[in-house]
Design a protein around this ligand. Sequence first.
Ligand code: SAM
Ligand code: SF4
Length: 329
Amino acid sequence: METFTTNPPLMDNMGRIIDYARISITNHCNLRCCYCMPDGAQPDNTTLLKTEEILFICKSLSEVGISKFKITGGEPLLHSNVIELIKSLKQLPLVDQVTLTTNGVLLSDKLSGLMNAGLDGVNVSLDTLRPERYQKITGVAALHLVKQGIDDCLKKGMPLKLNCVFISQFNEDELLDFAELAKQNILDIRWIEMMPIGQGKRFETISNLQILKRLEQQYGTFKCSEKKGNGPAVYYEHPDFMGKIGLISPVSQCFCNTCNRVRVTADGILKLCLNYKLGFDLKELLKKEISQLELSEEIKRMIYQKPKRHAFGMTATKLETRNMWQIGG
Ligand code: SAM
Ligand code: SF4
């Protein structure tokens, strides 16, 4: 008789299948991106989950149906155990994919270790290709290190996506420079709309709707790709391009009805929606020495309560007041 080892999919109260978690492993960062982490921000060290606690939570998540993990932060490559953590996650039987989002400053140094650990892909956050602008946005003159990390990923065959946020009247003129990278290399470029969260509230959101139009004026028609990633990006292909163009448009085109994700912050809060304060303190449960199975059952109950949609542009109560570096993006 045939036996089945996989669990039924994990669903919330809207019938959405939840199979993806963003796990923040630190709230420290070596950059100070103007829309994310203000100068003088003081990450709290005392509440951070330990590596074994992160793994314990991820194991419970995987056992209820989360099969894809994104390691994030703060800057995850600052975490001293990031490689061991990824290796352990990759060994969990129900985990299909582990990827990482990074600012790329330490990528070149860590790439071999990450590849040996089995990492499935890297997203590098990069908003400009010009050194002076890079320093203005991030506060650090490190663009050359990020570029080295990108080159090394391309040389070594690590699947790569670049994530770019447009800051009004600052870097929009680099649209075609970024597009050229996807034309000439096997990498995807994705534009993420500035979200009014934390420091992001200080900036205007540039709608992604104009991006495709501007690219088509330059290169001709792009075709909407059938390939879906793990999340909300809509991908476009062009016969002259080696990589794809991706648009992530949470503000101009709400995609909450297909949301498949939850988040765990570096201090152990399970967050069900980026935009709301609502969260469940997993660290408190761990203190009570809860078993793996009990934690899985708790997580299942929590995820069922996932909010229907975000409230960008609306008046709502109980909204998230933390910054992206405290959430993980
Ligand atoms: N430090 C890593 C990095 O930069 O990729 C991981 C954490 S960072 C918080 C994750 C992502 O959030 C980055 O791509 C960053 O550009 C994005 N982000 C931060 N604040 C944002 C905002 N207000 N709106 C849109 N994206 C934001
Ligand atoms: Fe750090 Fe990433 Fe936030 Fe930039 S976006 S300050 S790199 S956490």
